[in-house]
Structure formats: structure tokens, C-alpha cells
Design a protein around this ligand. Structure first.
Ligand SMILES: [Zn+2]
Length: 111
């Protein structure tokens, strides 16, 4: 990055090593933001928290907010798929139950 005061280049830091001017620029802002797998996983298990964190951070920490939003979104999709599979499983079990009951009464009718 380049110093705001003296214009000399130096590696990332809060202060210029040449003149000591504080560098509260984008690089400082960016260092606190960033996509986070940890938050994504947290928000996967707690999508409500993910939604809240997304709304809180979307302006200040857009990348981190995106991680939370993504985690929560994936969680909602996975849960929706699981619910559909669960319903499908119940329908299949009922169908098999009705089918075998039908066979049972069919066998009785033969006797
Ligand atoms: Zn400087």
C-alpha cells in the first residue's frame, strides 16, 4: 500500500513506517472483513443466526455477511430437501403397507 501522507510504499500496516501517519484506508477495513468458512458452518446449523448476522454485517462486512447468508441459504435448501425426502419416505411406507395389506386380504379371499 502507499502512504496517504508521504506517498512511500510499504507492506500492509495501520501506520506508515516512514512518517508514522495512520493509514485507516481500505486495507485496514478489508483486513477485518473476509469470507469465513467458520461463520458459514455456524449459519448452516443456525440459519436464524445466519440471517441476523447477514443483516447486521451486510454493510460493514459484506464478505463475512455473504458467508453467513450462503450458510443459511444452503441450510434452508438442505432442510427443504430433507422434508421432501421424509414426506416421500412416509408415502412409500404407506403405499407398501396398503399394498401388502391388499395382498393379505387377497390371500384370505382365496381361502
Ligand atoms: Zn508516510
Amino acid at each position: 500500500m502507499t502512504c496517504k501522507n508521504c506517498g512511500k510504499e510499504f507492506s500492509d500496516g495501520a501506520f506508515c513506517p516512514y512518517c508514522g501517519t495512520p493509514q485507516y484506508t481500505q486495507s485496514v477495513y478489508k483486513s477485518t472483513d473476509g469470507s469465513s468458512v467458520g461463520y458459514a458452518i455456524l449459519c448452516f446449523f443456525f440459519p436464524i443466526i445466519g440471517l441476523i448476522l447477514y443483516l447486521v454485517w451486510k454493510d460493514e462486512y459484506p464478505l463475512r455477511a455473504k458467508s453467513c447468508g450462503k450458510g443459511a441459504l444452503i441450510s434452508v435448501i438442505v432442510n427443504a430437501v430433507l422434508v421432501v425426502l421424509y414426506i416421500l419416505l412416509i408415502v412409500i411406507i404407506i403405499a407398501i403397507g396398503v399394498g401388502s395389506a391388499g395382498m393379505y386380504y387377497g390371500a384370505l379371499a382365496l381361502l
